[in-house]
Design a protein around this ligand. Sequence first.
Ligand SMILES: *Cc1c(COP(=O)(O)O)cnc(C)c1O
Length: 354
Amino acid sequence: MVAAMDISVTKAERSKLQDLNLDNLPFGRYFSDHMLEADYENGEWKNIEIKPYQPLLLSPSLAALHYGQAIFEGIKAYKDKEGNAFIFRPRDNYRRFNISAERMEMPSVPEYLFIEGMRRLVELDKNWIPSREDHSLYIRPFMFSSDELIGVRPSDNYKFMIILSPTGPYYAAPMRIYVEEKYVRAAPGGVGYAKAAGNYGAAMLATAEAKRKGYDQVLWTDAFEHKYVQEIGTMNVFFIIGNTAITPDLEQGTILDGVTRQSAITLLKEMGLTVEERPLNIDDIMDAYKAGLLHEVFGTGTAATISLIRELRYKDFVMKFDVDKWKTAPVLKTWLNDIRERRREDKYGWMWKV
Ligand SMILES: *Cc1c(COP(=O)(O)O)cnc(C)c1O
């Protein structure tokens, strides 16, 4: 008799790794040899399996495809010089995953399934962690409703999975950002704080329009006045004004509580800056720019870590920055990467050994 929480492992016969060059990988295109899959049925998690990466067989009536009960996470694993594997702050992502699940009326995932499942999967595919600087193994846990029934209601069945993708630097070049005033990403009472799949589909039109105007991403603003800045794509945003780093607060539930954001707050304080989490108005940002006090603007997120922003456009007002002269974001990026790649002391216990 197999206990419900046992993880069964079926190994791939042949590794696909030998067919792949791990240098300069595009983000999210290649997947490792194995994946984790588990089913939620009759109120419990079962059939926990690590098995060769393979397609799923799904019914066209699969609930997730119609009504979007689907959430995900993004986490990174690194390897040190001795070849030990580490995962960056996986418990923070675990907590956030269940916050997203609750908002989407989905079952919570037990810590054992999420953390131990991830640990075993990463251990098995450890050779897929690239050792080159700025490269890592991106871990994508996700869950979706799997009832085969097209009635609008929460499912009885769900699938939880983890897949792994070796990855190189994400948005390598400093970005040009368009301040969005027409479309809305999140409003109070909505799902902005959840890593829910639909949030990203809903953002694509605005991002595509910004790209057609020559920008990389949009900076979202609040739903009522289009004045208070929120976040950028899949990144939280920081503004360095004078000696203070300001990032929008999480009070209204319209912004994702980023693990990189939290890490950046900790390290910026260590660097001697004052950090404020508070509402920030685009007019105040422009005033600071005009007064020569807006020194740096950057995004934080697992995929990109720290992304420098070289241009910010609001209506016809263009704010340009000479990122080569910046003193904070590049140092923050180096510190964070040095902690992840184990060249700098991990004072806060962020690296979790596999
Ligand atoms: C994932 C994500 C972030 C960044 O969160 P991290 O935990 O730092 O990766 C920020 N905003 C949105 C909308 C996201 O989806």
